[in-house]
Design a protein around this ligand. Structure first.
Ligand code: ZN
Length: 81
């Protein structure tokens, strides 16, 4: 059973993850090209490099983000594996 402290820490962690996700997507996300072609009136799915669109199985052609690119967005991203 989770204690109150653990729950609080988990909430802090989830808020941090949300901020990370938001920052990375703001910096690197690009719209799915298939979404733009096939459903022009809808909002296209925003894809990070090498991410696959859940609707069209379209893979973003860019190579995956490196650790340095993650660190450029989130300075406090862990430095070692
Ligand atoms: Zn798509």
């Amino acid at each position: 059973m989770l204690t109150k402290t653990v729950k609080k820490e988990y909430n802090v962690y989830m808020t941090w993850m949300q901020a990370v996700r938001r920052a990375v997507r703001a910096a690197y996300a690009e719209p799915c090209q298939e979404c733009i072609l096939q459903r022009p009136t809808c909002d296209p799915t925003k894809l990070l490099p090498s991410q696959v669109c859940a609707i069209h199985a379209y893979r973003d052609p860019r190579t995956e983000l490196t650790r340095e690119e993650w660190q450029s967005v989130i300075p406090y991203f862990p430095k070692t594996d």
